[in-house]
Design a protein around this ligand. Structure first.
Ligand code: FES
Ligand code: FES
Length: 212
């Protein structure tokens, strides 16, 4: 009696595509693979003798540290940092616009560097401090970068603005004496579809040399 999990080939039935696997074999293999996928949690498999931890596809515990506060979540490993922030934590400053790492509207600071939150998995962001635009105001007062946007009319629909402000601050944190031209180049990973670039340049001029 053959083992249920062993796919026996009938030597009389040759694969028509020359692969050595008949259509019947293929269907059997597919159904076995599908049945082997667990629904929840983590598991360990061995690849070349080395244990490798696999997560999901069901929800797993994920801890995020956002603006200095820890959050314990249960998320599927496929959930992006942006979705975790917006849908689970209601931290909605970062906006989903392109959802493919092109526009910068979802920019947050992770471990001191700007990232596109739409293109980072929440599970990857664990144990790395996340800073969002929500942390910038101080005692009800706008951050000087936010004030520079207001002063220079550097926002129209506002969808791109939080991402620009976060990228702006991250750049000035690293280059406190940046010139307007350097700030302009430092923000090249962010796009404004309303075309507020003139106001953005004026905001850059206002903040140049002042640090963040
Ligand atoms: S929404 Fe993330 S880069 Fe555009
Ligand atoms: S202000 Fe509308 S996209 Fe920039």
């Amino acid at each position: 009696m053959p083992d249920d999990h062993t796919v026996k080939k009938n030597p009389k039935k040759k694969a028509k595509d020359g692969s050595g696997v008949s259509r019947r074999d293929f269907l059997k293999i597919s159904s076995i693979s599908a049945a082997a996928v667990p629904v929840l949690g983590t598991r360990v498999v061995h690849a070349a003798g080395t244990p490798v931890k696999l997560y999901g596809p069901g929800k797993v515990p994920i801890e995020l540290t956002v603006n200095g506060k820890k959050h314990a979540l249960q998320l599927e490993p496929r959930v992006t940092l942006l979705d975790a922030l917006r849908d689970q934590l209601e931290i909605s400053g970062g906006k989903r616009v392109c959802d493919r790492a092109e526009c910068g509207s979802c920019t947050v600071i992770m471990d001191g560097k700007t990232v596109y939150a739409c293109s980072v998995l929440a599970i990857e962001a664990q144990s790395k401090p996340i800073i969002t635009v929500e942390s910038f105001m101080n005692g009800g007062k706008l951050h000087p970068i936010q004030q520079a946007f207001v002063d220079n009319d550097a926002s129209q629909c506002g969808f791109c603005t939080p991402g620009f402000v976060v990228a702006f601050k991250a750049f000035l944190d690293q280059h406190p004496n940046a010139t307007p031209e350097e700030i302009r180049r430092g923000l090249s990973g962010n796009l404004c579809r309303c075309g507020t670039y003139h106001g953005l340049q004026l905001a850059a001029a206002q903040m140049a040399g002042k640090g963040a």
